[in-house]
Design a protein around this ligand. Structure first.
Ligand SMILES: NC(=O)c1ccc[n+]([C@@H]2O[C@H](COP(=O)([O-])OP(=O)(O)OC[C@H]3O[C@@H](n4cnc5c(N)ncnc54)[C@H](OP(=O)(O)O)[C@@H]3O)[C@@H](O)[C@H]2O)c1
Length: 195
């Protein structure tokens, strides 16, 4: 199995990379911080896990295209598993969100994931056994304080999960979302919200 897991240098994505690699998958991951990514890649290599990585800012359309070209070349045009994990939370009252905050949260948590699914579609289809997993949040299902835009990004993700599951089943691609609650990571160390 081949897998692309976004945001594997820390937190939930890091755990997913390790779990998939321990099951025998060949995994590619990405994040923005080259130094931290290199440290993780060395750790995985020392554990005997097959993981590669590249720097990518998922906000950038050009970076997403480059990432998928890298994955396609490394995995010979076939991808079994795409985990859309990377995300950010900005915790504010609804009246405090700026236009910039809105674009950053929607762009990081929703828009890039949708675009990556579009880019990955031919690779997932070529594998004959594709699987997309969105890492959503309980915040996309219930109303939590000071997370309205984050919640909207995850709610959109939940809906798109259903659409792709229906539309791409014919291509043997399954689409699911996992919605964690509070998980202690660098994201929740920074935020004060209690999920
Ligand atoms: N922690 C929770 O309580 C919780 C609960 C429910 C859902 N979730 C969801 O779980 C997912 C992972 O969260 P986490 O808590 O593990 O977060 P985290 O510890 O902050 O890790 C986020 C990962 O994503 C990468 N990343 C962030 N922005 C990126 C960008 N623009 N381009 C490329 N990589 C980027 C980060 O690396 P760089 O910063 O170096 O780029 C890092 O590897 C998110 O989608 C989050 O919404 C988390």
């Amino acid at each position: 199995m081949t897998a692309l897991v976004t945001g594997g240098s820390r937190g939930i994505g890091h755990a997913i990379v390790e779990e998939l690699a321990r099951f025998g998958a060949v995994v590619h991951t990405c994040s923005r911080n080259q130094t931290e990514l290199n440290e993780r890649l060395q750790e995985w290599e020392s554990k005997g896990l097959t993981v590669t990585g590249s720097v990518c800012d998922l906000i950038s359309r050009a970076d997403r295209e480059k990432l998928m070209e890298t994955v396609s070349s490394a995995f010979h045009g076939k991808l079994n598993i795409l985990v859309n994990n990377a995300g950010i939370a900005i915790e504010l009252e609804p009246t405090q969100y700026t236009a910039g905050d809105f674009s950053t949260v929607m762009g990081t948590n929703f828009e890039w994931g949708y675009h990556l699914c579009q880019l990955a579609h031919p690779l997932l289809k070529a594998s004959g056994n594709g699987s997309i997993v969105f890492i959503s949040s309980v915040a996309g299902v219930i109303a939590l304080p000071c997370l309205s835009v984050y919640a909207a990004s995850k709610g959109a993700m939940n809906q798109v999960t259903k659409n792709l599951a229906c539309e791409w089943a014919k291509d043997s691609i399954r689409t699911n979302a996992a919605a964690p609650s509070f998980t202690r990571t660098s994201m929740t160390n920074l935020a004060t919200v209690k999920l």
